[in-house]
Design a protein around this ligand. Structure first.
Ligand SMILES: Nc1ncnc2c1ncn2[C@@H]1O[C@H](COP(=O)(O)OP(=O)(O)O)[C@@H](O)[C@H]1O
Ligand SMILES: N[C@@H](CC(=O)OP(=O)(O)O)C(=O)O
Length: 418
């Protein structure tokens, strides 16, 4: 059994969905699960609608734009006598509107009940379109199978129950059908919808693959494979034929946004190869992530934006030692702050982490009981693996680092965001 994952860019228009349809037709030879994200930038648009609603502002224009965008894609994809998909989409928009009118007490719950409509709608359109192509496509609701805790917007998978549910139900459906399902979306044990954090659809593909012991996962992207840098940031890039799980995990951790960082581990644990291929050039091989690493160490560039730097200082002249480090990291972990780099001196600890105003505010309150602290925002973390002096010049682009850390094989710089 194989798992294919199609992200927002690969289904952003009717043309793109048709291209995806031809990729599926070319691979219709054995059990297949297709995990799909919301179309184009729909998740951003839905977040905006919710923000406006939560601020008590008028959201109708933005909401109508989301409806029109999908409406135009449907018009383009389906012959006029096809109405099953039209009705299903209308009903999904109706449900989403009902959610917009409700209020939810828990932090993040409104988000998780509303934003997944991007995926519910995209998969309904795609399953309908594949059936129009005479493929046997069955839409399934990922929330029935992927079970998590109840931490909205960043839920943790409950692996045992998820595996049990998937193994019980999916093999029978897969015997006869191509399964089409949502990335990013899950539910807790009380059936409240949860999400696996932004860009979490790659991780969903890995969950299905891990639990069902897939032969491979293929993620179809707008790039030819894993490159040694994001082509949007560095002009001259090289593609890897193969990289190891460890190399891929490291690259994604430091910001190679081509794959979600959580995707690698569930696949590596079962030795399932992860392929990254181009949906624009589906005939090409792309990159395979498996046990064997890249042959030659070439410079590799990673960029992580939306970073903040916390400088935490001891209040008296006691030194930063085990006890203060324990206290600091305990507080940061409690507030689920994602740390990307740390550095300490005799009297201070600097932490570069993903910026989140709410989490940072709460952590600050706790830290200020024992420490003094400063926070700097609008920063990027630039990481260069296998550095050369030319590579460092290209990565920094004349920016001055506010913090840096160097080893022979890895250099990291915190710089202002471009
Ligand atoms: N090392 C890298 N190799 C290839 N692409 C990269 C790398 N780092 C970042 N990217 C970016 O990842 C993008 C693809 O990921 P993403 O846009 O999240 O896909 P999707 O949302 O369609 O799944 C590429 O367009 C590219 O700009
Ligand atoms: N739609 C979600 C989940 C996702 O993974 O999307 P994409 O595959 O387009 O990055 C998001 O934008 O966060």
């Amino acid at each position: 059994m194989r798992v294919f994952k199609f992200g927002g860019a690969s289904v952003k228009s009717a043309e793109a969905v048709k291209n995806m349809g031809s990729i599926i037709q070319a691979h219709d030879n054995g059990p297949l699960i297709i995990v799909v994200s919301a179309m184009g930038k729909t998740t951003n648009a839905l977040e905006r609608v919710l923000e406006l609603r939560e601020a008590g502002k008028d959201y109708q224009r933005e909401w109508q734009a989301v409806k029109d965008y999908h409406g135009n894609i449907i018009q383009d994809l389906f012959s006029s006598d096809e109405n099953e998909t039209f009705l299903a989409i209308e009903s999904l928009f109706g449900h989403a509107e009902l959610i917009l009118r409700q209020t939810f007490a828990e932090q993040g719950k409104a988000y998780d009940q509303f934003v997944p409509y991007g995926e519910l709608i995209s998969t309904t359109i795609i399953a309908g379109y594949l059936r129009q192509l005479q493929l046997k496509a069955e839409w399934i609701d990922a929330r029935r199978y992927i079970k998590t805790d109840s931490v909205f917007k960043d839920a943790k998978v409950r692996w045992e129950v998820t595996e049990e549910l998937l193994k019980l139900n999916l093999p029978t459906i897969l015997k006869e059908n191509i399964v089409v399902t949502q990335g990013f979306v899950a539910s807790d044990l009380s059936d409240n919808t949860t999400t696996l954090a932004r860009e979490g659809s790659d991780f969903s593909a890995a969950i299905f693959a891990h639990c069902l012991n897939a032969d491979s996962v293929t993620i179809w992207k707008d790039v030819p494979g894993i490159l040694n840098a994001d082509p949007k940031r560095i002009s001259d890039t090289a593609k890897f034929e193969a990289i190891s799980y460890r190399e891929a995990a490291e690259m994604t951790f430091y910001g190679a946004s081509v794959i979600h960082p959580k995707t690698i581990k569930p696949l590596a644990n079962k030795n399932i190869p992860l392929k990254v291929r181009s949906f624009e050039r589906p005939g090409e091989k792309g990159t395979v992530i498996h046990l064997k690493g890249s042959e030659q160490p070439i410079p590799c560039f990673m960029f992580k934006d939306k970073q903040a730097l916390m400088v935490i200082r001891v209040k008296d002249l006691s030194f930063v030692q085990e006890e203060s480090l324990r206290k600091i990291f305990h507080i940061l972990a409690e507030h689920r702050i994602r740390i990307n780099l740390t550095q300490n001196t005799a009297v201070s600890v600097s932490v570069c982490a993903d910026w989140d105003s709410v989490k940072f505010q709460k952590a600050k309150q706790d830290l200020e009981k024992d420490f003094e602290m400063e926070t700097h925002t609008e920063l990027s973390l630039v990481t260069v693996k296998n550095p050369t002096s030319n590579a460092l010049k290209a990565a920094l682009a004349n920016k001055e680092a506010v913090l840096e850390q160097r080893t022979k094989s890895l250099c990291q710089f915190v710089v202002s965001e471009s």
